[in-house]
Design a binder for this molecule. Sequence first.
Ligand SMILES: C[S@@+](CC[C@H](N)C(=O)[O-])C[C@H]1O[C@@H](n2cnc3c(N)ncnc32)[C@H](O)[C@@H]1O
Length: 424
Amino acid sequence: MSKQYIYIVQAMLEPAKCKIGVTNDLERRLKEYNNMTGKSKDNIYQYLFTCEVSDMKQVEDDIKDEFRRLREEKSREIYFYNSGLFEDYVKFIKSRKMFIKEIFIKTDIQKEVVKIVKREKPSLGERGLTKENVMKKARKVDNDEFYTRYEDVEKELEMYDSEIWKEKTVFCNCDDAVDTEDNRKTSAFSLYFMQNFKKLELKKLICTHFGSVVDLFNQGAKGYIFTKDGFSEFKDYPKGYTGSFDDPLSLKILNEEADIVCTNPPFSRMMDYWKIIIKSGKEFLIISNIANVVTSAYITYFKENKIWAGYNEIDWFLTPKMELTRAAGYWYTNFPIKDRPKYKQLKIIPLEDIPEKHKKYDDSKTLLVDNCYIPNDYEKIFAVSTRPILNGLLEKGYKIIQDKQYIPYINNKARFARILVQKI
Ligand SMILES: C[S@@+](CC[C@H](N)C(=O)[O-])C[C@H]1O[C@@H](n2cnc3c(N)ncnc32)[C@H](O)[C@@H]1O
């Protein structure tokens, strides 16, 4: 029987795409690509990765399924490409049980080409702004337009007991557009709930599209509400509806219909978003900045036990151009976390056993501990960084004792922001 291969191939002049295909003859297939009529002679195809598998059709189907959001068109084998995605493709192929052996991998692909999409900025004179103002605003807009990857939604939501979803109405209220014709124009949150509607035994899914000039999902400038109620699915464009999470209609859905809110809200509106969601008293699973734990605007929520860390951190998002970009995100929730796996990263031991380099006193004689070391015999207030809180310190007999962040000074020099805690 002839051998079966999976390959990833790329044309030199099309670096943002690659093709993932199957063949029984790698050499012949590459020749076919390079003999294609109508192609520029310079646009040479080269393999980025090839491997032998026992069932190429099955692996190909698995790839289509896993990376459906990264396919350029449903019917073709073209996928979005960058070095981070390439690593994901290879890792996935190698994890299949049909994988036999790697034959070739292009090794000079730069690791982690992280591109932040820069928008054109108006001249400062035109806007009467300082350079700092403009840069700060531009960064905020960029961050607002980061997509959540499907796998990150799946990885977190599957950690929770499936009972939490049963007969519930889920509300995705931050530009979680739904395009029933094209998954790539559907947010990962909406897609996850659409695809798992039956399995989770959901009652209803309501997703809103934010009508703005920056149109992340190519859904037009008009806000809409998508509802899936059992088998019936419909889109509503109410007059004057903006799609904003604080639009009166969105607030009505939140307060009167939603049981669980789940989304990745815009970074620039985070404070308002948290205020509204927490005030609603609804259950939620949302993505926000990892540093919220040590940011004054949010500390009271953690202190009062209205929100806590979920299971996972998110380091990668997608830009509207489908390029991977780094941002420090974390899941936050008010659902119980069972046997938080990150407890084991906390090192709760007597103060004298904490290595010297991980404990010091600042200029006001407050103890600062690092690297998730926590003293279990220290009665006074001490300062920790973000990690111990995310790893569940407040569930281990410690409490936050101040509503704002703590900036330690050592020899009059300010250090990273922390949070003051104390053993209960
Ligand atoms: C970080 S992105 C996340 C998008 C999508 N929820 C996801 O997870 O892929 C935030 C989205 O919220 C949109 N947005 C900005 N202001 C909004 C508002 N007031 N209400 C709802 N969505 C808003 C942005 O345009 C952007 O599409």
